[in-house]
Design a protein around this ligand. Structure first.
Ligand code: UD1
Length: 423
């Protein structure tokens, strides 16, 4: 079995341009379905979730070409409205294809995306939004089917600012007749990028980044092809900042908007790191000889709150902080699966429901570790960088969903990190 080996105790040093954002590229790829022509997505990260999305697009009838980090999708040949189970299961976020397939073909079908490693991941808000746009939604044992002769613009009020449901509603509404208003929309930067791309495709969308998004639909006319460059991944950047906080040293990360990182950089600064940011660059420095300090409670929340995706990596860095730090995970029910692994390294963490209390220990020691989910897996790498000895991390398929080259990036930052098959 393949493992990522990390030798801890070396300060991180160096500069790195952060990969394109997974959570941005997935809805952008889904959006290409809305055009009759060719769309180009640049700075596309090489992730297994991206490969799975491209497989879905090809299955639906699109022509997909890859050249370097650019992907071109020609959705003019779109002919299939059903996504088979095997493809649905290969990617958890595949429900994002529902809205655009419905918009283009008037019908879309798929099996349920199913549970996931973060706990049950319902899609009720996605389906409610599509039915508000006039789609009939039928649910059976073998999956669900959405059908609409013509989508009609409407007011959609989301009970939770779900990122995926906001994106699905935006995508479907571009083809509706009349105006759609999405209230309590998610405000994540990835939604702003989706709006920019849809506009480049000729759609009339406004308000992304605020709680109210307005879409004036085309009444069924497909959009034209568009172009976009995927923004830097704020969660990957947060992971590497947490890694430098855990290991000490100084890193400079490029290609991410520092403002998107402020909830994370504020916590790391409170823990005793020196952080300087501006433009598309963020620098974090930590004196490896001085321990981190415990921080005030970290509560995960929708953007612009502290991102749930950064909870595990930041928790890993605070395992050796002086004092006790509390985490409250408000977004997903099973997002503490990294904690048992961190305990194998000597971490002292207690959990009760949504709350985890990390009592800082003097040092972590190396261990054989198993990644159970994407960000929890990355958190193990963060912990290993600050630990004594050489750790092995298994379950890399989870990490590859969101990190194009974790070992390579860490090596570029002076870490000793490499991949091997188990002996
Ligand atoms: C997206 C991100 C994921 C991140 C999450 C929260 C992508 C591809 N993934 O996931 O990395 O952790 O946002 O920032 O962008 N909910 C419902 N019903 C629904 C939909 C969601 O109850 O129909 C609930 C979820 O269970 C969760 C909350 O809403 O408790 C937020 O989930 P949501 O924002 O939808 O997350 P995703 O879009 O799946």
């Amino acid at each position: 079995m393949e493992a990522l080996w990390i030798e801890g105790g070396r300060a991180l040093r160096g500069e790195l341009t952060v990969q394109g954002a997974k959570n941005s590229v997935l809805p952008l790829l889904a959006a290409t379905l809305l055009a009759e022509g060719k769309s180009t997505i640049r700075n596309c990260p090489k992730l297994t979730d991206v490969t799975a999305s491209l497989d879905i697009l090809r299955h639906l009838g699109c022509e997909v070409t890859e050249e370097g980090d650019a992907v071109t999708v020609d959705a003019g040949t779109l002919h299939t409205c059903e996504i088979p189970e095997a493809l649905m299961r290969s990617m958890r976020s595949s429900v994002i294809f529902l809205g655009p397939v419905l918009a283009r073909l008037g019908v879309a079908g798929m099996c349920y995306p199913g549970g996931c490693e973060l706990g049950p991941r319902p899609i009720d808000l996605h389906l409610e939004a599509l039915s508000r746009l006039g789609s009939e939604v039928s649910e059976g044992a073998d999956g669900l089917r959405c059908a609409a002769v013509c989508l009609r613009g409407n007011d959609i009020s989301l009970s939770i600012p779900s990122v995926g449901a906001t994106e699905n509603a935006m995508l479907a509404a571009t083809a509706a007749t009349g105006v759609t208003t999405i209230q309590n929309a998610a405000r994540e930067p990835e939604i702003v990028q989706l709006q920019d791309f849809l506009r480049s495709m000729g759609a009339d969308v406004q308000g992304a980044g605020t709680s109210v998004i307005t879409v004036r639909g085309t009444g069924g006319t497909p959009l034209h092809g568009g172009e976009v460059t995927v923004m830097g991944d704020r969660i990957v950047a947060a992971t590497y900042l947490a890694a430098a906080a855990a290991a000490g040293g100084e890193v400079c990360l490029r290609g991410v908007d520092y403002r998107q990182l402020s909830p994370v950089s504020a916590i790391l600064a409170e823990a005793g790191c020196w952080v300087k940011s501006g433009g598309n660059e963020i620098v974090l420095r930590r004196d490896a000889a001085a321990p981190l300090k415990a921080v005030r409670p970290v509560r995960t929340a929708p953007y612009p709150g502290f991102p749930t995706d950064a909870q595990a990596p930041v928790m890993a860095s605070l395992c050796t902080a002086k004092g006790a730090s509390m985490f409250v995970e408000n977004m997903f029910s099973s997002r503490y699966r990294h904690i048992d692994e961190l305990r194998k390294m000597g971490a002292d963490i207690r959990t009760e429901g949504r709350v985890a209390v990390v009592c800082g220990v003097e040092r972590l020691h190396a261990a054989a570790l198993e990644a159970h989910d994407l960000r929890g897996g990355a958190a193990l790498a963060v912990a290993a960088l600050g630990a004594e000895g050489e750790s092995a991390i298994y379950g890399l398929r989870h990490i590859r969903r969101g990190y194009a080259d974790l070992a390579g990036d860490l090596t570029a930052l002076n870490a000793k990190a490499y991949l091997t098959e188990k002996e």
